[in-house]
Design a protein around this ligand. Structure first.
Ligand code: ZN
Length: 238
């Protein structure tokens, strides 16, 4: 099963890269995947992982990367805040999403049974509050993470428009937006009933709010997984 999932995700990411990044090649030094579109007008680019200065040409349509030099004096931020800061949102948000899923299943079970399952009646409100705290912490911390990422991009990568970093910036914006939407929906009382702490599955408005809330959490998880994957590649190479 995990192999199937990996193949599906690999296929989707390959299609995405072909569509939005165009032709790609691997850095001859560290084998990091780069896009033709990462190069400047003269066909030159610096590998973000190893610092090789590469000239790419495509005679006969086949990419030929040539290493000219290595960027020795590349700025190295001493305090690497960004890779450290990523752990807060990446560590907390999945627990918030999993907690919301548990509450959703409990709410569905309650609606089907006509009453809360044993143990849920008293605990749902406290559980929901814990999910909200995790959401606020992870989305709030993601602002620090995104700001430190932009800082690293401008210092370490000199604002070069790597496709990988553009994807990270786009995913960060998506994550902050859907995260803020999830926090707002949760805190507003549109999703959760103040009486029993369960989701309002009895009314169309409540169902719509719940669907929006769960979708926001799902999209947040996909954005977060992409951010973590691409960020890991940039830190550790491949
Ligand atoms: Zn490289």
């Amino acid at each position: 099963m995990p192999a199937d999932t990996r193949r599906l995700v690999g296929k989707a990411s390959e299609r995405f890269k072909r569509r939005f990044w165009g032709p790609r090649f691997r850095c001859p030094v560290c084998h990091f995947e780069l896009a033709f579109a990462d190069a400047d007008g003269r066909g030159l680019l610096v590998c973000p992982v190893c610092g090789a200065v590469i000239e790419i040409d495509a005679p006969y349509g086949h990419p030929v990367p040539v290493v000219h030099d290595v960027e020795i004096h590349r700025p190295q931020p001493k305090a690497r805040i960004h890779p450290t800061a990523t752990h807060l949102p990446i560590g907390l948000f999945p627990f918030a999403a999993a907690g919301a899923l548990v509450l959703f299943l409990g709410s569905v079970a309650t609606a089907l049974r006509g009453g809360p399952p044993p143990g849920l009646a008293s605990g749902a409100r406290l559980f929901g509050d814990a999910v909200l705290v995790l959401l606020v912490l992870s989305v709030g911390a993601s602002l620090v993470t995104a700001a430190s990422g932009l800082w690293d991009w401008s210092v370490r990568y000199r604002r070069r428009p790597y496709r990988q970093i553009q994807l990270k910036i786009a995913c960060s914006v998506v994550f902050v937006l859907v995260g803020a939407a999830a926090v707002a929906l949760h805190a507003s009382g549109a999703v959760f009933s103040g009486a029993d702490g369960l989701m309002k599955l009895g009314s169309p408005a409540g169902i719509a709010a719940t669907a929006a809330y769960l979708s926001a959490l799902g999209v947040g998880m996909v954005a977060l997984a992409t951010l973590g994957h691409v960020g890991g590649n940039l830190v550790f190479g491949r």
